[in-house]
Design a protein around this ligand. Structure first.
Ligand code: URP
Ligand code: ZN
Ligand code: ZN
Ligand code: ZN
Length: 456
């Protein structure tokens, strides 16, 4: 096949290796990696001299237009994926979370249809809140239809919390079907008690967020869920782990043979609980909360030890007005931070540039492993021949300052406002089409596809 596009002169970075190579693209896929200067002529030639050529980022944890309590986050597929591609991410994995009375499969099929509005491809996690006799059949249908990952929560009682029996049954059923539970772990009874003590003491506003959701609640819940997974021999993926202790519990289980995976998210690796003592504490309210600086350092170490599997964003796009409207009581606040656009630049700058994380490990954590654990590899998360030509060309030495007004998320703030970063995407391709050129959106055409995932 004649190439459509050739990316010349760059350094290709994969999860396990990096080196100079040209990338030959035909029919929206990588056709070949060629020795530098040997790629055949093509109608479009992209010069990547001095740049890194990486598989587009895969964000395994991204809430699009998410309704929780009284609030709905402010983006849709078009807005979220526009921000994603500006930040070098070319695949997102969203959630279909049922509201009371809704069933998991219906919600997933409605959400899946929105993928076509995206500028890049997306996959979906379904969600089980309550067990009933119809759940096994719904899960079987979802797995067969390419939605093998199912989100569960051990917190948010009265909303999306599932009891232990429901977690066990869902894990067991999914394991037999080739699916996997992905789970938010915070022991709700410990949190409820901490919140009540805060409220009694008049310390329940956003500045007190960290104390209302202690790290112990996460440790306790992770231990229990691991025990359930081990007892039924089911795989389990822990989302947004915010403490080293939680990651270490998962690593210890993995050493015993449990198929358990740790996701961290950018804000827990970079920001700390001093944000709750600043001018806009409500802007940093998320679950689990930001942790003390020494704990952030300990968590970050596990990017180097290999014990963290993936880095997501937990993107949840509320604005300041939504956050401020309930900031006097964290129990009623919209939780979550905008981050789909900043995930890659923040982690690259803080960990690759400042702390020496190998750039190959960066690609592993932010693209290859998210694709693998979500059943999207090798179509996504790699530039090996046959993969979709989702490519992020990265200037590793660009210096820039983060400011919300220059970002593209559907909100008026970024938790990283004013941070000086090194490294950013310059050119981004989705299935061989250049959507970002020199940092500017050049192709706003919706071309998103819902990806059918298969866990191996
Ligand atoms: O605070 C958070 N993380 N909000 C989004 C929902 C969730 O728990 O992941
Ligand atoms: Zn969560
Ligand atoms: Zn404020
Ligand atoms: Zn989340």
């Amino acid at each position: 096949m004649r190439p459509d596009v050739v990316v010349r002169g760059g350094t290709v970075v994969e999860a396990g290796w990096s080196g100079p190579a040209d990338v030959v693209i035909a029919g929206g896929r990588v056709a070949a990696l060629a020795a530098p200067g040997t790629a055949p002529p093509a109608p479009t030639v992209v010069d990547a001299t001095g740049r890194l050529v990486m598989p587009g980022g895969v964000d395994p944890h991204c809430h699009v237009g998410f309704t929780s309590g009284d609030f709905t986050s402010l983006d849709d597929y078009r807005a979220c994926t526009t921000a994603a591609v500006h930040g070098g991410t070319t695949t997102i994995v969203d959630f279909a979370i049922p509201r009371p009375g809704e069933n998991p499969a219906d919600v997933a099929y409605v959400q899946r249809a929105k993928a076509a509005e995206g500028l890049c491809d997306s996959a979906l996690h379904a969600c089980v809140v309550q067990w009933d006799d119809t759940v096994p059949e719904q899960l079987a249908g979802l797995v067969a239809d390419g939605v093998p990952t199912v989100k569960m929560f051990t917190t948010y009682s009265g909303e999306t919390m599932a009891d232990e029996d429901t977690v066990l049954r869902t894990m067991k059923t999914l394991a037999a079907l080739g699916g996997m539970v992905v789970i938010h772990c915070e022991a709700d009874h410990i949190i409820g008690d901490a919140q009540q003590r805060g409220a009694d003491a008049g310390r329940i506003g956003a500045p007190h967020m960290a104390a209302t959701r202690p790290g112990l609640a996460e440790t306790a819940s992770v231990a229990e869920i691991l025990a359930i997974a081990e007892s039924v021999d089911a795989p389990v993926y822990f989302v947004h782990q915010s403490t080293a202790e939680a990651v270490e519990l998962v690593a210890a289980a993995r050493r015993r043979g449990v198929r358990a995976y740790s996701e961290t998210v950018a804000h827990h690796l970079v920001l700390d609980d001093s944000a709750y003592r600043g001018d806009h504490p409500e802007r940093f309210v998320c679950c689990p909360p930001l942790r003390p600086a020494d704990q952030v350092r300990a968590l970050g170490q596990h990017l180097f030890t290999g014990e963290v599997t993936t880095i997501g964003s937990d993107h949840c796009c509320y604005d300041t007005a939504q956050k401020e409207s309930r900031s006097a009581d964290v129990r009623a606040m919209p939780n979550g931070l905008p981050g789909v656009e900043t995930r890659l630049p923040v982690i690259f700058s803080e960990y690759v540039v400042r702390r020496g994380l190998p750039v190959t490990r960066f690609v592993e954590l932010t693209a290859a492993n998210p694709a693998r654990t979500n059943g999207l590899y090798p179509r996504k998360g790699t530039l090996l021949p046959g993969a979709d030509a989702d490519i992020t060309i990265w200037d590793p030495s660009a210096h820039w300052r983060v400011t919300a007004t220059a970002l593209h998320m559907a909100t008026d703030y970024t938790p990283y406002e004013g941070m000086h970063l090194t490294g950013r995407p310059t050119t981004v391709m989705v299935r061989g089409r250049i959507v970002i050129d020199n940092g500017t959106l050049t192709d706003p055409t919706p071309q998103g596809r819902h990806l059918k995932a298969t866990l191996t």
